[in-house]
Design a protein around this ligand. Structure first.
Ligand code: M7G
Length: 332
């Protein structure tokens, strides 16, 4: 299958041949291994009994809606997202669509266009059973900025994340090839400097425009940016180099088109690195959460304990218990 760039122009300062993303080899949907899926990716309708409790968040601009509900008495979060237009599909859309005129005025007219069903997909993410923490994660909330010193991390944040962070079982499943094995784009098996690179579940892999992969390290004792020291430089350099090379090889997207970063705070405390297309305004790529991998490497080269000592600023949601702890400690 060929990937389209959804009509957005790919621009590279260098105007160099290596900066032009090319058609990519695409892995299959990955649902083939699911027990209730047939080989073609079709699967039983697990959502037929989904009962909506509330809308956690929705955005007309992003064309997404986050819903809290239940499936057979189990708490669930369902995320529906209209997918981007693909240039490759345009000819079929125009030839096969049904058009309904809404209004016409002089040279202006608007229509309701009904594309063929297979070009009208909604990307759907299901978290079930979902915890209260998942429900909170997607609930629209007021945000507050905190400035976490190295001391705050040890006295407030670390005890909090040790007591109540999301399970990283899904990460271990990937590392142990118990899930998503057929989606792995690259693996370096070295126990110290190795990692697995695969598409993030936010990306449907149908177009390069919103390319999003994650590199998950094999080491299990690095929670986040805060744990990194100069000892981890070989690991970080390896991820940077081989991650970019693999994406160039697999998707034809050069390093100059990639935003490569770590989140602080992350949602999942097992070190991983985000690789997103520069054209895509990925959720969480803002300055209050994303730390460019190149900056992280340079900071550690300059100061081996940089991330143990430095004050790091980030946002917390109004109902986040960590915010409560910062408040109790008189730090917010
Ligand atoms: P994060 O910085 O810990 O938190 O990133 P965030 O989710 O708030 O951004 C974890 C990344 O892993 C996110 O980009 C998720 O979309 C992605 N992710 C989460 N889960 C549960 C999965 C999964 O099961 N498979 C894959 N491939 N990606 C996931």
């Amino acid at each position: 299958m060929k990937m389209a760039d959804t009509g957005k122009r790919e621009v590279c300062e260098d105007a160099d041949e290596t900066c032009k993303p090319t058609a990519a080899k695409l892995p299959k949907c990955g649902a083939e291994n699911q027990p209730d899926c047939d080989g073609g990716g079709e699967c039983a309708n697990v959502l037929s009994g989904f009962e909506v409790k509330s809308v956690l968040r929705d955005s007309a601009r992003d064309k997404t809606i986050f819903i809290h509900g239940t499936v057979e008495d189990q708490e669930a979060v369902v995320i529906l997202e209209k997918t981007p237009m693909r240039q490759d599909d345009l000819a079929e859309i125009f030839q096969e669509c049904r058009l309904k005129l809404q209004m016409k005025n002089d040279i202006y007219s608007t229509y309701q266009l009904q594309p063929p069903a297979h070009l009208n997909e909604i990307k759907t993410t299901v978290i079930c059973p979902a915890t209260q923490k998942h429900v909170k994660k997607y609930l629209s909330q007021e945000m507050f900025l905190v400035e976490e010193t190295g001391e705050d991390y040890l006295s407030t944040t670390l005890p909090y994340i040790e007591s109540q962070s999301f399970s990283v079982q899904w990460v271990y499943n990937i590392l142990e090839k118990k899930a998503e094995a057929d989606r792995i784009v690259f693996e370096d098996p070295d126990p110290d400097t190795g990692f697995v690179l695969l598409p993030d579940f936010k990306w449907d892999q149908k177009q390069l425009y919103d390319l999003y992969l994650i590199a998950i390290v094999h080491r299990r004792n690095i929670k986040s940016l805060r744990d990194l020291t100069s000892d981890h430089l070989p690991l970080l350099r390896n991820i940077s180099k081989k991650g970019k090379e693999s994406i160039q090889k697999q998707y034809g997207m050069p390093a100059c088109k990639l935003r490569v970063y770590l989140h602080y705070q992350p949602s999942y405390y097992h070190l991983h690195v985000h690789f997103t297309s520069l054209n895509y305004d990925a959720p969480g790529c803002g300055v209050e959460r994303a730390h460019l991998l190149t900056d992280v490497i340079m900071n550690l080269e300059a100061d081996p304990q940089y991330y143990q000592n430095r004050t790091i600023t980030y946002t917390l949601r109004a109902d986040d218990n960590l915010l409560l702890r910062f408040r109790e400690a008189g730090r917010c």
